[in-house]
Design a protein. Sequence first.
Length: 291
Amino acid sequence: MPASLNEIKVRIASTKKTSQITGAMQMVSAAKLTRSEQNAKNFQVYAQKVRAMTTDLIGSELSEGSNNPMLIKRPVKKTGYIVITSDKGLVGGYNSTILKAVMQMLEDDHDNQDEYVIIALGGMGADFFKARDINVSYELRGLSDQPTFDEVRKIVNKSVSLYQNELFDELYVCYNHHVNSLTSQVRVEKMLPITDLDENEATSHHQEFELEPDRDTILEQLLPQYAESMIYGSIIDAKTAEHAAGMAAMQAATDNAKNVINDLTIQYNRARQAAITQEITEIVAGASALE
């Protein structure tokens, strides 16, 4: 049954309100994205310095063999995964993309749930795993749009502590890496043990420092901080991708609303034209009947 003129007008008005809301949300996400991109850029400067220092200090450790537990590969009995998602929706395929990739990885790499531990950062991921009876050993919700290290310190320290206490034997961070405002990529990065530092790079950049008290003691303090900073960097990167996904989703929603409004306006004009034509026909027919 064709919609009446009043029904079409109501739909146009409600769609316009929706368009205004999504347009405002798009602008908010764009502002958050700009700030988050700057934070990520600033962090990269720090991360490069920390990596250079760490690489230099462990140069001899890599070549001679190390007793530091964060540098030693041990037999992998259990793997830890930090999975970073958002706390809510309205971010397009941001959450589904990373969760689908993680589930596929777990299915391919593990025979049962006893072989891995999930650490969920974000409510969407925590709820997703719990709904599938996958044990979430630790979770963190309610991160701000521009998270500080103090906000994530607890989960970061917890992850490193669990590794040092051998509750799992390697640690990966799974998240969406921000490429640009329209593109993100799923990344699964190995954080512990610290084995991805290039030995050749370490050797080539090695410098003779006077260390106090000694290299091993410094590394004992530095390596946990290095791992924590790399995990924090992943969180910043994921947040940037989240804001970009939210902006793109709201832009798409706004564009769709405008298309719906255009279609409804055409439908309204046609219905109004048909109603006017019908009225004219009835008037002419009535006048003819009186003659």
